[in-house]
Design a protein around this ligand. Sequence first.
Ligand code: HEC
Length: 114
Amino acid sequence: MNGKLVVACGLVTLVTQVGALQAQQGDAGQLYARNCASCHGTTGTPNPAMVRSMGAIPDFAEPRALAARPDSVLIGAVTAGKGRNMPAYRSRLTPEQIRALVAFLRTLGRRQAP
Ligand code: HEC
């Protein structure tokens, strides 16, 4: 009886830890999907309708798009907004979330189309 209880507790702990790890890794992707993909597109290539209505939106899936931009510039753009149409996120996201998002943007340029 006690042995079973110990095994059960161990399992619960394991499942909880795996869940937390997945949440951490998926966090930036989920933030991006929720806050940014409507304009920037799920793959980083902007939605054509948004480009028509807003003008130029950088293509994050293009490896060179962000290469020349240091993190500080990208963090600044997300924090304070850019141009007329890139919203400021300083009141909606924490600095940690914004940093994670910028790191996530850089991974979009490394993905190859299937
Ligand atoms: C309402 C549409 C919209 C949403 C939502 C949006 N963006 Fe943007 N974003 C733009 C536009 C338009 C630009 C181009 C601004 C310019 O250069 O004038 C831009 C530019 C940027 C840039 C600057 C890139 C560069 O080369 O300087 C970054 C970084 C960025 N967006 C990240 C994000 C992130 C991260 C999110 C989500 C938290 C987000 N954007 C949400 C429209 C949007």
